[in-house]
Write a protein that binds this ligand. Sequence first.
Ligand SMILES: Cc1cn([C@H]2C[C@H](O)[C@@H](COP(=O)(O)OP(=O)(O)O[C@H]3O[C@H](C)C(=O)[C@H](O)[C@H]3O)O2)c(=O)[nH]c1=O
Length: 181
Amino acid sequence: MTLEKTPLAGCVLIQPHVFKDQRGSFFESFNQQKFAQLYGKSVHFVQDNQSISSYGTLRGLHFQQGEYAQAKLVRVISGKVLDVVVDVRKDSPSFGQHHSVELSGENNLQIFIPKGFAHGFVGLSEKVIFEYKCDAYYQPSAEAGIRFDDPDLNIDWKIPSEDMILSAKDQKLPLFNQLEL
Ligand SMILES: Cc1cn([C@H]2C[C@H](O)[C@@H](COP(=O)(O)OP(=O)(O)O[C@H]3O[C@H](C)C(=O)[C@H](O)[C@H]3O)O2)c(=O)[nH]c1=O
């Protein structure tokens, strides 16, 4: 397992070590002790989520606020996404900046997203099975979000807008400069 920093403080990429043999492959998708040794801080996840999306499905940008803020460890079990995180920590040097990375069932790459980030992804393959761990429980009353096409963020989602599939909720999310953080 190796860890690589991103330009956003606290947000890191994790590359598990994949064991391959004549049967196929194996890797530890999460190991609390190894994570803490590499990251320098422990994390205690309490909820695992899975979503299945078709090509063009864009989920996000979402985050939970206050005491319900979630750190997440996200990965793609099969398929491919462009995963995007936005730093919404007002006191952060990278406040308002975003980082995107391709996660896939092929590269097994994971991204650890600390509390204080909005998160979203768009499906780049025909079908995506997406799995992520959260260190705080789902709390609908604490949900917040940013419109995917926010002009200040200017995120390149890599697919034509006419291919995008969004929930009614996500289509009505506020712009970044309308957030009360
Ligand atoms: C997030 C969540 C949702 N739900 C229920 C609420 C809805 O009835 C249904 C679908 O929820 P939603 O449309 O918010 O699902 P996504 O658009 O995939 O939301 C996720 O999208 C981005 C990528 C994230 O990082 C967030 O963790 C999460 O907000 O599942 C639950 O019961 N528990 C949960 O933890």
